[in-house]
Write a new protein. Structure first.
Ligand code: GDP
Ligand code: CA
Length: 322
C-alpha cells in the first residue's frame, strides 16, 4: 500500500526538504500541514508566505537562489505603490506573486475557507502533495520587543521583526495570536491519525513547527499518533543553516544546538531525530533524552542530497517502529 507521510512544514526549509522527500519516495502519499502564523495582510491582500513557498517550490515556480518568491519576478506594482508613498517597502511582493494574493483574497472574500483556497491555487501549481493550512482561522505570530519610543515593550508582527528588523533586536516572547481559539483545518487531524510516518523537516522549531503545534489538538494528535515521528535538525554546528532561528529559540529559552532542539520537542512528541555529521557528539545526549538519534549529512545542497536526508529520516522511522 502507498505510504502515507505527514510533514509539518514552514517555508524554505520545509519546501526544500519536501522536494527531496518526493524524489526519495515518488509513490508516497504526502500531506503537508503548512504554517500560517507568518501570514500577513498587506495592501488589503492576504499573503501566506509559507504556504506559497511550498507551493511554488514543489510546483516549479520558486526563485531558486532566494528560496522564496517567484522566478523571473518584476516589481512594477511595488514601485508604483512606493510612488504613492504606500508601504511597507520592506516586504518584497513581486508582480507575479501579487496575482496569487489577489486570487486568494478574492476567494476568501467570496466565503471560501483558506483550505479550499489553497487547494484551488494548487490546481495550477500541482505540487504533488496535499497542501493543507494548519488552520482556516486567523493565527498571527507576534514578537514582543523593546519599544524604542518608550521604556516599555511592544508586540510587532513576525514579518516586521524578521524582515524589517532582521531579528536584530532581542525577542522577549513569541506569541501565536489567535492560536488558542483556532481549529485545525479540515483534514489535518485525520491525516495525522492515518499517517504511517510523521516528519518534522528542518523548519524553524519555534515560529514554523511550533506554531503548527500550537493549534489546539495538533500537538496531542502528533503525540498520540500510531506513526513514528522523526525530525531533522535545522541547527547545524550550533547555528541555523540559514536565517535567524537562534533568535527565536533564545526567546523561548532553548539553546541553538541540535540536541537542545530535540529536547525542546521532547520524547513525548518525537521518536527520532537526525543531526548533522558535524554534530555527531550530540547523538548520545539526544538518546539519553529517550529519542533515537543518528548523525547524517543534513545540508540540502541539491535535490539528491536532500533525498538522501529524507531516506535517512524514513529509515530511522522504520527503526523506531520495529
Ligand atoms: P522559513 O519559514 O522560510 O523560515 O522556513 P522554515 O521554517 O521551513 O525553515 C527554516 C529553517 O531551515 C532554518 O532554521 C534553517 O536553519 C533551516 N535550514 C535551511 N536550509 C537548511 C539545510 O540545508 N539543512 C538544514 N539542516 N537546515 C536548513
Ligand atoms: Ca516562515
Amino acid at each position: 500500500m502507498q505510504q502515507r507521510i505527514v510533514v509539518l512544514a514552514g517555508g524554505i526549509g520545509g519546501a526544500r526538504f519536501l522536494r527531496g522527500l518526493k524524489s526519495a519516495v515518488p509513490d508516497a502519499d504526502i500531506t503537508v500541514i503548512g504554517n500560517t502564523g507568518d501570514d500577513i495582510h498587506l495592501f488589503g491582500l492576504k499573503v501566506c508566505p509559507d504556504l506559497d513557498t511550498v507551493m511554488y517550490t514543489l510546483g516549479g515556480g520558486i526563485h531558486e537562489e532566494q528560496g522564496w518568491g517567484r522566478a523571473g519576478e518584476s516589481f512594477a506594482v511595488k514601485e508604483e505603490l512606493a510612488a504613492y508613498g504606500v508601504g511597507p517597502e520592506w516586504f518584497g511582493l513581486g508582480d507575479r506573486d501579487f496575482a496569487t494574493h489577489i486570487v486568494r483574497t478574492q476567494m476568501i472574500g467570496a466565503g471560501y475557507p483558506l483550505s479550499a483556497v489553497t487547494e484551488a491555487l494548487c490546481r495550477r501549481w500541482q505540487p504533488g502533495v496535499r497542501l493543507l493550512p494548519m488552520s482556516d482561522d486567523r493565527v498571527e505570530t507576534h514578537v514582543l520587543i523593546d519599544d524604542p519610543d518608550s521604556e516599555g515593550r511592544k508586540a510587532v508582527h513576525f514579518q516586521e521583526y524578521w524582515v524589517r528588523l532582521h531579528a536584530a533586536t532581542p525577542a522577549h516572547a513569541i506569541v501565536p495570536v489567535g492560536a488558542e481559539e483556532a481549529k485545525p483545518a479540515p483534514g489535518v487531524l485525520e491525516a495525522i491519525a492515518a499517517a504511517d510516518v510523521i516528519l518534522f523537516p528542518p523548519s524553524n522549531p519555534v515560529v514554523s513547527v511550533g506554531t503548527i503545534l500550537a493549534v489546539p489538538g495538533v500537538r496531542e494528535a502528533v503525540a498520540s499518533a500510531a506513526a513514528p515521528v522523526v525530525g531533522l535538525s535545522p541547527i547545524v554546528g550550533n547555528a541555523p543553516v540559514r536565517g535567524m532561528a537562534d533568535k527565536v529559540l533564545e526567546a523561548v529559552g532553548v539553546e541553538s544546538t541540535a540536541a537542545a532542539v530535540a529536547r525542546h520537542y521532547g520524547a513525548g512528541l518525537i521518536d527520532g531525530w537526525l543531526v548533522d555529521t558535524v554534530d555527531a557528539d550530540a547523538v548520545a545526549e539526544v538518546e539519553s533524552a529517550g529519542i533515537r538519534c543518528r548523525s547524517v549529512p543534513l545540508m540540502m545542497t541539491d535535490v539528491e542530497a536532500t533525498a538522501r536526508m529524507a531516506a535517512q529520516a524514513l529509515a530511522l522511522a522504520e527503526e523506531v517502529r520495529a
